[in-house]
Design a protein around this ligand. Sequence first.
Ligand code: NAG
Ligand code: NAG
Ligand code: NAG
Length: 251
Amino acid sequence: MQLREILVFSGLAVATASPLSRRCGPAGILPDQLQPTPSAVSFTYVLPSTGGPIPLPAANSTLQHIAVGHGVQNYTCSTAGTKAGATGALAVLYEVTRLYPRSGPQSLSQESWDELTSKVLRTTSQPIGSDSEESASPFPPPEDLTVEGVRRPIPYLGHHFFDDAGVATFELRDDQGLFKGAKVMNISAPATADQGLNDEGAVDWLYLGDKGSSVGLSKVYRVLTSGGNPAVCGDVGETQSVPYTAMYWIY
Ligand SMILES: *[C@@H]1O[C@H](CO)[C@@H](O)[C@H](O)[C@H]1NC(C)=O
Ligand SMILES: *[C@@H]1O[C@H](CO)[C@@H](O)[C@H](O)[C@H]1NC(C)=O
Ligand SMILES: *[C@@H]1O[C@H](CO)[C@@H](O)[C@H](O)[C@H]1NC(C)=O
């Protein structure tokens, strides 16, 4: 799917082909009916990029998907009394592109969109970890996500995980793309971000660049993060799995 700027003409009247009606307009000027009416709404997908004083760079690429990821950020403690170090993350991705404000009939309000990751974190169940003892995969079977206040279930899109080499990976369903990336830039989440289920703080917003073996995808941004930061370590070797959600803009 390729997403470009789209014009939605909410009140566009269809011009008639009748020569009679053409004669009504001044010579050489298109009939009014061919122009968008004043109620036409135009929108572009605008990446949230300003978590703090320095924004993430513009993507300059074609947007492919906007996803909400729900899962865990994993950490391991190497020193007692300090914050645990990141060891990876696991998340299930859901396609939210059609919920983008002003983009179509399924659009959310701007406010609901801005709060979507927080709502998913707080009102839907954690998809990672519960069945991992019995099954080889830490992920649950693919399933769309029902969110209160969102009219239709949000389609399952794929998985985010770190591969055996520790590379951030996004694997989308039905060969819709594979992304292997590395962090190029991080900025703090804004102070207004959802600080997480245990008030641990929201993980940074990120821009990830392609590490070279991606297929069909070139950049991923992590924005509108909720939760996911580590807690201060007790014992050395302690592991933490901190619930988080984020919006991933995938190019
Ligand atoms: C996109 O282009 C702008 C202007 O040239 C540049 O500053 C920015 O770094 C580019 N973004 C990326 C992700 O390279
Ligand atoms: C992260 O934590 C989850 C849940 O505790 C676990 O299922 C998973 O194996 C861990 N993944 C990594 C890469 O440590
Ligand atoms: C980016 O991440 C590094 C490592 O976690 C951190 O030390 C740094 O403060 C972050 N930068 C910003 C602008 O948040």
